[in-house]
Design a binder for this molecule. Sequence first.
Ligand code: ZN
Length: 202
Amino acid sequence: MAIRNILVEGDPTLLKKSRRVKRFDDRLASLADDMIETMYESDGVGLAAPQVGVLRRLFVMDTEGEEKPVVFVNPEIVVEEGVQRGVEGCLSLPGLVGVVSRPLSVTVRAQDLNGDYFEETFTGLAARCVCHENDHLDGILYRRRSETVLCTREEYEEEMRRKAEIEAAMRQEGDAPHDGAIPEHAADGKGHDDISEGEVDA
Ligand SMILES: [Zn+2]
């Protein structure tokens, strides 16, 4: 096993579409091993082959934190249900986060390292991660899907704090007509209560 170098945004490889894996050999197994080690080393919950410069349809994931990584070869999302809005990050866009809507649950059909097919349904964080990694295989970075301008986690938390303060102030005012002194962005109608917290660098 070896730690591989993770490409960062700006590298054109990250914007290319990956090809299907055809050979299920030792080289593939060794690539998957390296990716798993690299993912853990970087505190990520997922890592896709193009992120280490290999344009093949393969990603690894461990959202449980129990060192039970799953390898997906030639994955296809066959069912998507519901929607979740949440904070997302990416090992190829280090230090940044953005808010992305993803399906609440996905069913994936993929092959394992022996080429055998399996089908599994994932929800919550795991569903988010599957979608994020699958996007990498099509050359899509989450910046393209983010509903907010990407910022650092500290900036994001500061923004959430400010928003919460404004919302609390508005609640205190009750239904009394206000004098227009409330900043516009406090009334954009986008509640953030539904945003799930959790680190998703993937
Ligand atoms: Zn990523």
